[in-house]
Design a protein around this ligand. Structure first.
Ligand SMILES: Cc1cc2nc3c(=O)[nH]c(=O)nc-3n(C[C@H](O)[C@H](O)[C@H](O)COP(=O)(O)OP(=O)(O)OC[C@H]3O[C@@H](n4cnc5c(N)ncnc54)[C@H](O)[C@@H]3O)c2cc1C
Length: 430
């Protein structure tokens, strides 16, 4: 059976690899000239386990063990492979609320290596970090911006062997090569402009510049263009995906080449409203927003109309919060990247599912946090396509997603289009 995958980002490539391993005849289409040149190429590549829902913690834990064995996952490709750096991931919380407690209980149950730290323990281990609480996050023009709301954060989680992948674009290229070795065809510089239902169980996919590809099944993995591709297919989902513009800024890392300094971990400062991690071999830090309520959201109706340069309002918000948490940081010249998330507006969790149009599948709404989980989400796609094309109604009888490296399994229906808004953080933290 022929499957056309629309989108050669990390989600489309991972899905294509898993689909071909199940015996499907797969073609990946992308409007750009190389796999991973969409928003995946702008990803910070952070790989952590902490999420609000236990199923996603299990998926992220499995994915982290795939990243730790990346060359084995992609097999022989004859090129350099992406590297998973593991300086640890530190989450700072204003308080250890129910979400944190639930996550801690699940992480303990499935064997994630982490430590729960008090503010004093954070200071001891990471003496360069200020551990005052600034919660709730504020905009820099708020007179209370620099005033702690409490002398200490409520606590922290330190995930020992989490970190970040360098680089997401290279990792996607690796998956492309692995998929090609296993028989997947890539048709690049092909923008899908029309989806025709040619006959029951058959689609004609029309691309610019004018080719028609026949397929029995289609996967929408178009990232921030996901809603557009659903429109082309005439499919409406019960959940909404929308493009959200983001900026990530770079500043010099004050710990760069400091004798005796431990490598800086990735920090998810959910108290202060940012995340940051080392970049370019540790020379810089990059900082993004963790979506506190006060930050304006730049939703785009047209994902092609995205300002590509970084701007001062984002730089001020993100860098000043960073300087407050890490007082030795100094601003350098304005540098960074702007890109898009494809957000599931209702709950910021991906939608990986069949749809009401037989043969048409989605792996979309990745909500700024699905680079890390893509190798596992790709497997979920393949399980769902195989089950549905084999005649199973996965709405009534969802697939079970096995996670062999970590010995877990989860109900694959947790990312269904019909889940209703899930109870999550409603932010990039997921
Ligand atoms: C700034 C930023 C930082 C991030 N940081 C992290 C992080 O630290 N950790 C993490 O886990 N996740 C992170 N993410 C999220 C992660 O990068 C995304 O969830 C993931 O890359 C999405 O992959 P994708 O394949 O769905 O999308 P994309 O990579 O955007 O791929 C979609 C592809 O579809 C193609 N396409 C679109 N429309 C068409 C069409 N009509 N015809 C043909 N092709 C089409 C596009 O050209 C594109 O190549 C971040 C994202 C951003 C933007």
């Amino acid at each position: 059976m022929r499957v056309a995958v629309i989108g050669a980002g990390i989600i489309g490539c991972s899905s294509a690899l898993e689909l071909t391993r199940k015996g499907f005849e797969v073609t990946v289409l992308d409007r750009l000239g190389e796999a991973g040149h969409g928003t995946t190429g702008a990803s910070c590549g952070i790989v952590r386990r902490f999420y609000s829902r236990p199923e996603m913690i299990s998926v992220a834990h499995e994915a982290a063990s795939i990243w730790a064995a990346w060359p084995e996952h992609v097999g022989p490709i004859g090129e350099e492979t992406a590297v998973f750096h593991r300086p640890g991931v530190l989450f700072l919380f204003p308080r250890l609320d129910e979400t944190v407690e639930r996550a801690v209980a699940h992480m303990t149950k499935i064997g994630v290596r982490f430590a729960l730290l008090s503010a004093a323990q954070v200071r001891e281990r990471f003496p360069y970090l200020d551990t005052a609480s600034y919660f709730p996050a504020k905009l820099p023009d708020d007179p209370a911006f620099l005033a702690p709301s409490s002398p200490e954060i409520g606590g922290a989680i330190f995930e020992e062997d989490s970190g970040y992948v360098v680089s997401p674009g290279l990792a996607t290229h690796n998956v492309r090569l692995a998929a090609e070795r296993e028989g997947v065809r890539f048709r690049l510089n092909r923008e899908v402009v029309e989806i025709r239902k040619a006959a029951p169980g058959r689609f004609d996919v029309v691309t610019r510049p004018g080719e028609v590809l026949e397929a029995e099944a289609l996967l929408n993995a178009a990232g921030p263009h996901s809603a557009r591709v659903n429109d082309l297919a005439g499919v409406r989902l019960p959940l909404t995906t929308r493009a959200l513009r983001r900026e990530v800024h770079a500043v010099p890392n004050p710990l760069w080449q400091e004798p005796g300094a431990d490598p800086l971990p990735v920090v998810g400062d959910l108290d202060g409203g940012i995340y940051f991690r080392p970049e370019t071999g540790g020379k810089d830090l990059i900082v993004g927003s963790s979506d506190p309520e006060c930050d304006p959201k730049e939703w785009l109706d047209d994902p092609d109309n995205c300002e590509g340069r970084v701007t001062d309002p984002y730089r001020e918000r993100q860098c000043l919060r960073l300087m407050r948490r890490f007082p030795r940081v100094r601003l350098g010249p304005r540098r960074g990247i702007a890109s898009l998330y494809d957000v599931t507006v209702e709950d910021w969790y991906p939608i990986v599912d069949r749809t009401d149009l037989p043969g048409y599948y989605v792996a979309i709404g990745t909500s700024g946090s699905s680079f890390k989980t893509a190798p596992v989400l790709g497997r979920l796609v393949a399980e769902i396509v195989q089950a549905c094309e084999g005649g199973r109604d996965t709405d009534r009888d969802p697939v079970r997603l096995e996670l062999p490296r970590t010995g877990q399994s989860v109900d694959g229906g947790f990312l269904s289009r019909r889940r209703g808004p899930a109870a999550t953080t409603g932010t990039v933290i997921g």
